[in-house]
Design a binder for this molecule. Structure first.
Ligand code: FES
Length: 82
């Protein structure tokens, strides 16, 4: 299985080809990466693209569901707060 590298808020993370961005984050030990307006932490809830709790910005595109987007080598991911 080939390896891929992404950055999340500037932190380099390594994943496996075929993993979602959420999968790479969870593998790295991250359980939450977004904050709601009230400041509550959010990460994966449904894992199937329904709840939108896992939103991140990928390569400048906001509101990408991390549980649905396969990580691509070189992706630049930034976390969102809202
Ligand atoms: S975890 Fe529910 S949409 Fe991603």
């Amino acid at each position: 299985m080939s390896e891929l590298r992404i950055t999340v808020d500037g932190e380099p993370l390594t994943g496996a080809a075929g993993q979602t961005i959420a999968g790479v984050l969870l593998t790295a030990g991250r359980r939450s990466w977004r904050r709601t307006a009230s400041g509550a932490p959010r990460g994966v809830f449904c894992g199937i693209g329904v709840c939108f709790d896992c939103l991140v910005t990928v390569n400048g595109v906001p509101d990408v569901r991390a549980c649905r987007r396969r990580a691509q080598d070189g992706d630049v991911v930034t976390t969102q707060a809202r």
